[in-house]
Write a protein that binds this ligand. Structure first.
Ligand code: ATP
Length: 601
């Protein structure tokens, strides 16, 4: 075996173990063992592959080969007719299994190397070769690219064992979903390369500046922990955004923030992290996808800022060109279409409200308190521009003023206000949900007026009218402390017929035969999923419930929290990763503020 590469079979053994386990700890142990076995120069590739990708998300290198092309490649590699391949696919629904089954038969294809069996001493398939071929497939574009994709994949499959072929096919079709959290990978890296978990903090800090696990892993393995410590923010590479906690009581908010705060309008749009270096601009979404091509107008707005090199944050908001009024978030969905962005730009114009700056001309500003950052932001924002503005903000130090400002925000079409600490400690906390920013939306009263974003972790089969689709989905909140998803409700209402028809297909790639190790549930679902899909849910109220595991024992012994009468709002939160769903502590907070309002009323 070559010392600078890893047999792909080793990775495949690891995939199989991960798929079979229901223990979260075992996941980390398997990762540690894998990393220890992996030569340094393919460590990044192994990590990306493990996550079913080739590069970090924000670079936008997409695998997702269409199933049709994949089946053609399988046909070519196995020598089985396309018709038979398609038939088998109809039966199994998993192109990976099709590849595995057809490639375990003696091959009839001429010219290709072919898998003849272990005993023949066939050359081992190595990770680099798999990775490079997948990269070639991902990058092929333009004329002839379909043929390149099919031929490259067919040749790779010909060199693979049946089991390897199964995972290669799942990877190219975007169906390798192991559900390993980035934080678990950081834990495993710490143990594998420093011997203890204590280095995890350093790795996590580097990750908030540069969320590229492959890069961090190689830096650690090649240059050591000190080099990881000195990883800096780089223009063009998104940082993890700072997040807010939420409270429902203005008095409590002010108290938490030391008596006064900067209250800002909380705009209902799409969060954007804009980077600029000279004439080049990058736009990243809340979950760090590159969304530059959706907003050529925002790119131009960024070029009007008075600095050459910066990273700023703001909210992109759609508005009605006739009245100038702000429109709700949903209107931005028109910008997601691939073609005719120009037309969408005219029909659905947007403005940007800037609220933070984290980097300017070579200097990181994250350690500076908010008032200083805001001043710097103001100094580079053109005055009186209609398209790019500073967020509306006001320093407040009493409940009355805060409520007045809040009402103003609501009447202008905002969701509420963001209350931000202005103290010396008011740094930009990358990647953290903390008390330096507190969101204050329309109150939580008895009826739940605020929505929650929950993760689909399981489902129950539908009956009667719903036969063939799901009757209800098992939904969970995220608990960052234990890195697990804890159930809060079964949701069956709010779905349109179209939603219902699409659900099985939408969730198919995440289906697993048992509860995912990161899911904590007392209920036994009919079908389990890798936590991945986030849905927006509204309910009547948040109640105590012995059935659910969210906040179990934290408010009352033997009781968790549940959303009563939950309903899907129609909003799929594809812009959120499961780890960005509503957290257990947010639900506890919502429950408490609900009670407080009831007591006060
Ligand atoms: P979160 O981003 O906290 O996970 P979410 O995506 O469901 O939750 P909200 O709970 O509505 O969003 O509130 C947070 C979001 O509000 C921010 O991520 C940002 O997009 C948006 N926002 C609007 N105005 C501001 C502002 N002035 N300052 C900070 N964020 C703002």
């Amino acid at each position: 075996m070559e010392q600078n590469d890893l047999p792909y079979g080793v990775l495949v053994d690891f995939y199989e173990k991960i798929e079979a386990t229901t223990s979260r700890l075992a996941m980390t142990d398997y990762l540690v063992a894998l990393f220890k076995k992996t030569p340094t120069n393919v460590l990044d590739k192994v990590i990306y592959l493990t996550q079913g990708q080739l590069r970090p998300d924000y670079e936008g290198v997409e695998l997702g080969v269409a199933e049709k092309l994949t089946l053609r490649a399988i046909s070519k590699a196995s020598g089985v007719s396309l018709k038979s391949v398609e038939e088998l696919y109809k039966k199994t629904g998993d192109p990976g299994l099709v590849a595995e089954e057809l490639l375990s038969k003696p091959r009839q294809s001429a010219g290709l190397l072919g898998y003849i069996g272990e005993e023949t001493g066939k050359r081992e398939l190595m990770v680099s070769h798999v990775y490079n071929s997948l990269m070639k497939i991902a990058l092929a574009s333009g004329e002839g690219s379909q043929d390149t994709k099919i031929n490259t994949l067919a040749s790779l499959l010909s060199d693979a064992s049946p089991k390897e072929a199964k995972y290669i096919v799942r990877t190219v079709t975007g169906k390798l979903r192991l559900g390993i959290a980035d934080m678990t990978i950081l834990d495993a890296l710490a143990v594998a390369f420093t011997g203890t978990k204590s280095a995890r903090d350093v790795l996590e800090r580097a990750y908030t500046r540069r969320p590229d696990l492959g890069f961090i892993a190689r830096t650690l393995a090649e240059k050591g922990l000190e080099a990881v410590r000195s990883i800096r923010i780089e223009v063009g590479v998104p940082i993890l955004p700072m997040l807010a906690e939420r409270l429902g009581d203005p008095g409590e908010i002010l108290e938490k923030l030391g008596g006064s705060c900067l209250a800002e309008f909380k705009y209902d749009g799409e969060r954007v992290q804009a980077h600029r270096k000279g004439d080049k601009v990058w736009l990243f979404s809340r979950r760090l996808e590159n969304i530059t091509s959706h907003y050529p107008d925002v790119v131009n707005f960024m070029l009007t800022l008075k600095a050459d090199e910066f990273i700023v944050e703001g909210e992109i908001v759609a508005y009605n060109p006739d009245t100038g009024d702000m429109l709700p978030f949903q209107e931005l969905m028109h910008r997601r279409r691939k073609y005719d962005v120009k037309k969408a730009m005219e029909e659905y114009p947007v403005r940007v409200y800037l609220f933070d700056i984290v980097y300017l001309n070579g200097e990181e500003l994250i350690e500076k308190p908010l008032p200083e950052r805001r001043k710097i932001l103001e100094s580079i924002t053109p005055p009186r521009d209609e398209n790019i503005l500073l967020s509306q903000a006001k320093l407040v130090d009493n409940v009355k003023d805060l409520m007045l400002f809040f009402e103003e925000a609501i009447s202008e079409g905002c969701e509420g206000v963001m209350c931000k600490s202005t103290g010396n400690q008011s740094i930009y906390q990358m990647g953290a949900r903390g008390w330096l920013w507190i969101k204050f939306k329309r109150d939580y009263r008895m009826e739940m007026t605020d929505t929650v974003d929950l993760v689909v972790v399981g489902a129950f089969h539908g009956r009667g009218k719903r036969a063939g689709t799901y009757g209800a989905l098992l939904m969970a909140a995220y608990d960052p402390n234990s890195d697990t998803f804890k159930t809060v409700c079964k949701v069956g209402s709010g779905f349109t017929d179209e939603d219902l028809a699409n659900l099985p297909k939408l969730l198919e790639p995440y289906k697993i035969p048992h509860r995912h190790p990161r899911v904590v549930s007392k209920l036994e679902a009919d079908v389990w999923f890798v936590p991945a899909v986030v849905l927006e849910i509204i309910g009547a109220e948040i109640t105590l419930s012995p059935l659910h595991t969210c906040a179990l024992g934290k408010i009352e012994p033997d009781s968790g929290l549940a959303v009563r009468f939950p309903r899907f709002t129609g909003r799929y939160r594809f812009d959120k990763k499961p780890e960005q769903a509503t957290t257990e502590s947010e639900l506890i907070e919502m429950y408490k503020s609900q009670r407080k309002t009831v007591v006060q009323a």
